[in-house]
Design a protein around this ligand. Structure first.
Ligand code: DON
Length: 351
């Protein structure tokens, strides 16, 4: 019995050491997670999805941040990381893109680490706005004004909660936290930051509107600047999938083994993703896919399958709501094939 436990522990350590590279990995025997999917099955579904959607020409790059319009709209990468750190990737999974709104998930996690989930909920809330992600009308209309941590106003308010002696200390804390969730050092994409900082009058307006209602908790423009930096952090699809897998794995990074996010905070984060992760597309997403997910105007979407893993897709062209067209299609396809829809009892084996 004891020997068996030692072997299992050794295997799980080996898993985290060996499989950080994108071409691992383990068969069923080495799996630490009893619910992680079978590698061969995941590989074949990912291949099928890639072939089916690579030629899709729907959508258009975001251009309200000028540098995003310059990104090659043909880039397309799919990455899956499981809770036992199996890695399956296909396509452009090493190309860094700006994390954009997906950053909001991890600043929310950091704010909860710092002050506890209840306080963050009081200060930001968690209700869908039914409006565009950058809507000033929502700030005026919503009872909480902030709405939720994933619309721009609520996200800027969440960023303003991060403590630090000065703006630089706060920013470094945010970047370090993201890096620990990703299991690798992340850096800002300077060109995106400059482009967004030069054009983000709308976000500045939102921050001052929040100040009118006492719903921002540090200097408004300082908070917008840190927020703009966090949106400009570069990730590739593999790193993003690992960030999602950290959530799927109860806040513990499956590659490094570090408990980065408190396990008790994970359900709050995933429920917020379900409700507002794709903005005005969130209802349709829940209907069709049934997974907590978060999109960014950089073209990334990450979806989390609690206990099992995460899938990240990068493809820049977006729909009207600001969500990557191809990424939505791929994740819906993969989720259906692998029976991941959380609202379906069969996803936990109930036939
Ligand atoms: O503040 C903005 O508008 C961008 N930095 C982030 C917006 C975004 O990614 C919305 N996502 N779908």
């Amino acid at each position: 019995m004891i020997a068996k436990r030692i072997i299992v522990a050794l295997l799980s350590v080996m898993t985290s050491v060996v499989t950080i590279a994108p071409a691992p990995v383990l068969g069923q025997k080495g799996q630490a997670s009893p619910v992680a999917p079978r590698r061969e099955l995941v590989e074949s579904v990912v291949k099928e999805a890639y072939a089916q959607f690579r030629g899709d020409t729907g959508g258009k790059n975001a251009d309200y941040i000028p540098a995003l319009a310059q990104v090659d709209s043909k880039l397309f990468g799919i990455a899956i990381v499981t809770t036992d750190n199996q890695v399956v990737t296909l396509g452009d999974v090493k190309d860094p893109f700006s994390i954009q709104s997906i950053s909001k998930v991890f600043t929310l996690a950091l704010a909860m680490e710092e002050m506890g989930a209840d306080k963050v909920f009081d200060k930001v809330g968690s209700e869908p706005t039914g409006r565009a992600f950058n809507s000033p009308i929502a700030v005026v209309d919503m009872q909480t004004h902030t709405g939720n941590p994933f619309v721009n106003a609520g996200a800027i308010a969440t960023t303003s909660l991060i403590s630090g002696n000065d703006a630089n200390a706060k920013w470094n804390k945010v970047l370090d936290f993201y890096s620990r969730v990703a299991g690798e050092k992340l850096t800002i994409i300077d060109e995106i930051y400059k482009s967004e900082a030069a054009t983000n009058t709308g976000n500045k307006a939102l921050s001052y509107l929040l100040a009118k209602y006492d719903r921002i908790y540090a200097d408004p423009f300082e908070s917008v600047d840190i927020y703009t930096k966090q949106c400009s952090v570069g990730v590739n699809a593999l790193q993003l999938a690992r960030m999602g897998a950290t959530l799927a794995n109860n806040g513990k990074n499956p590659a490094t083994g570090e408990q980065v996010i408190k396990a008790e905070d994970v359900p709050h984060i995933l429920s917020t993703m379900t409700m507002a992760g794709l903005y005005d597309g969130s209802g349709g997403w829940a209907w069709h896919v049934g997974l907590p997910a978060k999109s960014g105007v950089g073209g990334g979407i990450v979806a989390v399958v609690p206990g099992k893993g995460a899938i990240a897709v990068f493809a820049p062209p977006l729909d009207e709501a600001g969500n990557s067209v191809k990424a939505q299609k791929v994740i819906e396809f993969v989720s259906q094939k692998l029976n991941y829809n959380l609202f379906s009892p069969s996803s936990v084996g109930w036939k």
